[in-house]
Ligand binder design. Structure first.
Ligand code: GAR
Length: 367
């Protein structure tokens, strides 16, 4: 697999003139498109088109978006802040450096001038914000890096061999209550070395949870912690759960279909914890609705019965999200998410497995 590289563009270079700005705008107008800032619908469209891992970066910064009527067809993001990926610990820390990207164009518009025009406008936006250099971070070495070298005079400044970014494997505990197909997806990716985790244990809170079979088949240690409400207090059970997970000394805890509300003490004990949730959650955690790729606004469907609630509400959309776990249920930072039409709901498990692996990889890059 190719290495990742960081490229730098000097935005004070004479080539970044007013003329570049007006010709980019002309090119976009010629295509019959209009320009605007990113909105919630754009974020959902980006997830639908480009795999679900980019909208967070766009949410944390700004973007120039090309719209065909109200429909986004291309975007170039810039100036994302508060990201903590491994590749942002070098030159990215220089205050004169502004982050560029990601950039994406709908398939119908690829190969034309739209991408180039959006790239130029995002570079110019960084320049007008006072940055002296733009950083194109974590580009695959090869075609993409060469594209930026050729088209905008970028040069490689840092290089990250993929196997060195991750370093060692993170000790990971999985909590699951049922079937465990998400746990299986993780187990299957870890086994051949595709995911740098060391699964040190799996906890179930039901004796008949099929995830236990899966754990046994993979020779992974398990712990079944049942809560009998009639003879054990919630506090006592929470203590047992905390002790059990702590005894494995995890660096990462994954909630994969874990249907029991965790105590604030548990959540505080494991700050590196991710959850998979069967709904398309908004990046703005304070919101209770979310805009979908077609512009339809639906409830955020948090809580234990997200799919059932979406069906009961006749929602045209469902989806899946992987987010950090915080004390507020289903309101931690969303790392990766994917919208899914209700009519395609049978694909939900597959979509979940895909975004789960993607989210864990992103998380590892940020650890
Ligand atoms: C998944 O759909 C997951 O999103 C959901 O439980 C299912 C578990 O499937 N989690 C929640 O609803 C959490 N609130 P699995 O056991 O096959 O991985």
């Amino acid at each position: 697999m190719s290495d990742l590289v960081n490229l730098i563009v000097d935005v004070h270079d004479a080539r970044w003139s007013e003329e570049v700005d007006s010709s980019a705008r002309r090119a976009i107008a010629t295509l019959g498109l209009r320009l605007g800032p990113s909105d919630e619908r754009t974020l959902a469209w980006i997830d639908a088109e480009f795999g679900g891992g980019w909208s967070r970066e766009v949410f944390l910064g700004d973007a120039i978006v090309a719209f065909d009527d109200d429909e986004p067809v291309g975007f170039a993001a810039f100036d994302a802040r508060t990201l903590s990926y491994a590749w942002l610990r070098g030159v990215a820390r220089d205050p004169g450096v502004g982050l560029f990207g990601p950039v994406g164009v709908a398939s119908a518009y690829r190969g034309g001038n739209l991408g180039k025009a959006l790239v130029a406008l995002a570079i110019l936006a960084l320049r007008s914000r006072g940055y002296s250099r733009a950083l194109i971070a974590a580009a695959s070495e090869g075609r993409l890096a060469r594209y930026y070298e050729r088209t905008i005079g970028a040069r490689v400044i840092e290089r990250f061999p993929r196997d060195q970014i991750l370093g060692r494997k993170l000790r990971t505990v999985i909590l699951a209550s049922g079937n465990g197909s998400n746990a299986q997806a993780v187990i299957d990716a870890v086994a051949p070395g595709d995911l740098a985790l060391d699964i040190v244990g799996i906890v179930a809170n039901r004796a008949d949870a099929y995830v236990l079979e899966r754990a046994r088949a993979a020779s992974l240690p398990t712990n079944v912690l049942l809560w009998n409400r009639s003879d054990e207090s919630r506090e006592r059970y929470d203590d047992r759960l905390l002790d059990a997970v702590r005894s494995w000394e995890p660096e990462l805890v994954l909630l994969l279909g874990w249907m029991y509300l965790l105590s604030p003490t548990f959540i505080a004990a494991f700050p590196r914890m991710l959850n998979i949730h069967p709904a398309f959650l908004p990046h703005d955690a304070s919101k209770d609705t979310v805009t979908m790729p077609d512009g339809v606004v639906i409830p955020a469907f948090r809580g234990a019965h997200a799919v059932r609630d979406a069906q009961a509400a006749s929602s045209p959309w469902i989806g899946a999200s992987v987010h950090r776990v915080t004390a507020q249920t289903d309101r931690g930072d969303v790392l990766v998410r994917s919208p899914l039409r209700m009519s395609d709901h049978a694909r939900l498990p597959l979509v979940e497995h895909e975004i789960l692996l993607r989210a864990i990889r992103l998380f590892l890059f940020a650890s």
